[in-house]
Design a binder for this molecule. Structure first.
Ligand code: PLP
Length: 403
């Protein structure tokens, strides 16, 4: 069969599920926030109905099995806030994986802390716990466990290592709303967890973020940093620590509470469709599934990641593969470039340290350059036929490579 890229008929012409999904419920909540006149966060609420922000913080903390939450402007700032609340200072080292969104590193670098990269596991694409201890130095103060694609990093091992070396653990759960490790919501398994509500994320308010924790003193630190250094029970012009204004608006919280009512059903659908896709892709010898640790009792499936089989990948060009599949009507994408090779990260690190620092993460570098491919979460919200179109397109393109 002629490839679509060479003028043939594409496998799929229908669109995938649209994102975001919303209806009259979002309209009603946003209008209620508007009509209340209380658009801002803390401080604009003198009497009347309870605003959406505290309701949302309560509901979200409950969803993730946490005792406390403080909302903030985005998931990048949430990482900075969580690190600072945990006592990380400029010059301290923070261990992170290289296969993640740039914010995991820039959230560290934002206040002069230094990211130290620990390579990922070949089969899960998550930070390799076996390599964490050798990266710990006297300057190490924290580990950021990133739950990439909605798959949970090995929190059991990471917590053991952190406790042994007296390090804080921050979970970057921007992609893992609703995910669970051994039955427990992610985010408050570590000392603090952070989430993003940027428009691509599984819970979406256009922009937004949140920090959660089970520790009331960490919560109060995080709250102060987000609220210009005030303290929760303090006076309006009493500023005790260095903070910024990182608050969200009540209109965002209104959207988030409405979107939360859809989350459970969407999670069930993504899980069902991810299993179907696993079955279809698992039958193709030139492709490899990402291994899911059985302790991930709920996977958020923010991205559906899979790999070109190593030998096959060595013989073809990943970019050319993507172009051919895209032409068949399937939006697969390249995915992350390793952060240990990202200029913004290298130059900021050099600026803070006064000298260059380099890290080798050979597994991440090969997987990124040659093997890992992505499909967005909305593909998993599409009808079952869409998944068969994905598999058919992948098969068609694989056969087109004469290797
Ligand atoms: C999206 C994302 C962030 C940053 O969130 P923003 O709200 O876009 O600032 C951080 N970490 C990961 C892993 C992300 O996917």
């Amino acid at each position: 069969m002629t490839l679509a890229i060479a003028g043939g008929k594409p496998v799929r012409t229908k669109p995938f599920a649209q994102w975001p999904i919303f209806d009259d419920l979002e309209r009603e909540y946003v209008l209620r926030a508007l009509d209340s006149g209380k658009w801002g966060g803390v401080g604009s609420t003198f009497g009347g109905e309870e605003p959406f922000i505290p309701q949302f913080e309560r509901e979200f903390a409950k969803l993730q099995d946490a005792n406390h939450a403080v909302s903030c402007v985005n998931g990048t700032v949430a990482i900075t806030v969580a690190l600072q609340a945990a006592g990380v200072k400029s010059g301290d080292e923070v261990i992170i994986p290289p296969y993640t969104f740039v914010a995991t590193a820039t959230g560290v670098l934002a206040f002069g802390a230094i990211p130290v990269f620990v390579d990922i596991e070949e089969d899960t694409l998550l930070i390799d716990p076996d390599k964490i201890e050798q990266a710990i130095t006297p300057k190490t103060k924290a580990i950021i466990a990133v739950h990439i694609a909605g798959a949970v990093a090995d929190m059991t091992r990471i917590m053991e290592i952190a406790r042994k070396h007296n390090l804080a653990v921050i979970e970057d759960a921007a992609q893992a709303v609703g995910a669970q490790w051994e039955g427990k919501g992610v985010g408050a398994i570590g000392d603090l967890g952070t989430f993003s509500f940027q428009s691509s994320k599984n819970l979406n308010a256009g922009e937004g973020g949140i920090v959660i924790t089970n520790d009331s003193s960490l919560w109060s630190q995080a709250w102060s940093i987000c609220n210009v250094g005030r303290i929760p029970e303090g006076a309006w012009y009493q500023h005790e620590v260095l903070g910024q204004n990182y608050r969200i608006t009540d209109i965002q919280a209104a959207l988030l509470l409405a979107q939360m009512t859809r989350l459970e059903q969407q999670m069930i659908q993504r899980e069902k469709n991810a299993q179907i896709l696993d079955g279809l892709i698992g039958e193709i010898p030139e492709l490899t599934l990402v291994r899911r640790d059985p302790r991930i009792t709920r996977h958020a499936h923010h991205i559906y990641m899979f790999k070109l089989e190593r030998e096959f990948a060595e013989r073809i060009d990943k970019n050319e593969f993507i172009l051919r599949v895209n032409a068949e009507g399937i939006p697969i994408s390249y995915g992350y470039v390793p952060l240990n090779q990202t200029n913004a990260v290298l130059s900021a690190t050099k600026q803070w340290l006064g000298e260059e620092r380099s890290f080798e993460c050979p597994i991440c570098e090969r997987l990124s350059a040659k093997q890992v491919l992505w499909l967005g979460q909305n593909v998993l919200l599409s009808e079952e036929e869409a998944l068969h179109d994905v598999a058919e397109s992948l098969n068609k393109v694989i056969r087109s490579f004469d290797v």
